[in-house]
Design a protein around this ligand. Structure first.
Ligand SMILES: *Cc1c(COP(=O)(O)O)cnc(C)c1O
Length: 386
């Protein structure tokens, strides 16, 4: 079968993967080696040193490229290492326009690691295309989009931002961690680079920290492989194997994350102690139409705030869950809760945090794939404690 034409549920299991050429092993082996035999200097079977390339990592990179409808994948030791590599495409004096409601670690690497090297970041609300255009200067080299945003669950119109990026000849990078290629494929909407924290849905089992970039353009890919090899923030073969294994059930997990997410979002919306629920599947969500246009479903990430907005009440609720686990991260099979203001977004100054809506009582749910009745009972019990 033509691998280009496979549907998503087939690609997750087969794309980029061949039985092992040495042994016929159906599952990609863990090539736990740093180096490879050369017959004469430079004469080898495509692998010379595992920072540059490793067969297990390569299989994952090819699989990810196929899932994102791209051509080239690069894997890294974390999502932030992937972001680090993407920003190293730039140089001092260049400017990046970024989503303002951003993953805290991304905000931190932009402002505290790259700004001191002379790269400038402008944080712009990306529901307003005019503000993006207004922020572009002759030094702008990249637009960085995260959608759905974290934790506000705003949806940014990737195709509309792409039109602006193309008009001004700047690169468009999209952090697709929350959506996954099951829900949306940014390269098809005009993005140049897709970034993932594989730690989340793609790994899916909360047992590895890894990241990736995917692109279509060969020249861009060559530069990114050069950065991957030169900066060296690569992942090991064991972790690559775990993510490959996780991806095989991505479509099944995402389907259940979405189903459970929908039930819980609606339950929270009608709960008397809940003030606001942020989930793009609601028809009255401000970006619902964009979500419907660019995503095939609405995901299992939900944020909500409590009436009265008291942090101590949020803390009481969060420590009362028995199935949901209070922890950083998201996207695993198990349901997690977190408190964005003090956890994922602690690196963002309070004033800026509140401006983008991350209130003190906000609780973020990563709805897992457990039995929905147990999840609902757990939420009801926790909310009854206040
Ligand atoms: C977790 C996360 C990152 C960072 O990835 P790590 O694997 O933790 O380094 C970046 N963006 C988003 C949206 C994330 O959720």
């Amino acid at each position: 079968m033509d691998k280009e034409k496979m549907r998503f549920g087939t690609k997750v299991i087969h794309a980029g993967l061949e039985p092992d050429s040495a042994t016929g092993a159906v599952m990609t082996p863990i090539y736990q080696t740093s180096t490879y035999h050369q017959k004469t200097p430079g004469e080898h079977k495509g692998f010379a040193y595992s920072r540059t390339s490793n067969p297990t990592r390569k299989a994952l990179e090819n699989n990810l490229a196929a899932l994102e409808n791209g051509k080239f994948g690069m894997c890294f030791g974390s999502g932030l290492a992937a972001i680090d590599a993407a920003i190293k495409l730039l140089k001092s004096g260049d400017e990046v326009i970024s989503t303002d409601d951003l993953y805290g670690g991304t905000y931190r690497i932009f402002t505290q690691i790259f700004e001191p090297f002379g790269i400038k970041f402008k944080f712009v609300p990306m529901n307003d295309m005019a503000q993006i255009e207004a922020a572009i200067t002759s030094n702008t080299k990249m637009i960085w989009v995260e959608t759905p945003t974290n934790p506000m669950m705003n949806i940014i119109d990737i195709a509309a931002v792409s039109a602006i990026a193309k008009k001004h000849r700047v690169l468009l990078a999209v952090d697709n961690t929350f959506a996954t290629p099951y829900l949306q494929t940014p390269l098809d909407l005009g993005a140049d680079i897709v970034m993932h924290s594989l730690t989340k849905y793609l790994g899916g089992h909360s047992d590895v920290v890894m990241g990736a970039l995917v692109c279509k353009d060969a020249v861009l890919a060559e530069r990114l492989y050069f950065i991957q090899n030169s900066s060296g923030a690569v992942c090991g073969p064991q972790d690559s194997f775990l993510v490959l294994r996780g991806i095989k059930t991505l479509h099944l997990r995402m389907q259940r994350h979405c189903e459970n997410g929908k039930v819980i979002a609606n339950y929270l919306k009608s709960h008397p102690k809940v003030a606001g629920v942020f989930w793009p599947g609601f028809e009255d969500h401000p970006n619902h139409e964009i979500a419907k246009k660019q995503m095939c479903d609405f995901g299992g990430m939900i944020s909500f705030t409590l009436k009265g907005d008291l942090q101590e009440e949020a803390y009481k609720v969060m420590s009362s869950f028995r199935v949901f686990t209070l922890a950083e991260s998201l996207g695993g099979v198990e349901s997690l809760i977190c408190h964005p203001a003090s956890m994922t977004h602690a690196a963002i100054p309070k004033e800026q945090r509140q401006k983008s809506g991350v209130l003190d009582s906000m609780i973020r749910l990563s709805v897992g794939v457990e039995d929905i009745s147990d999840l609902l009972e757990d939420i009801e019990f926790a909310l009854n404690q206040i």
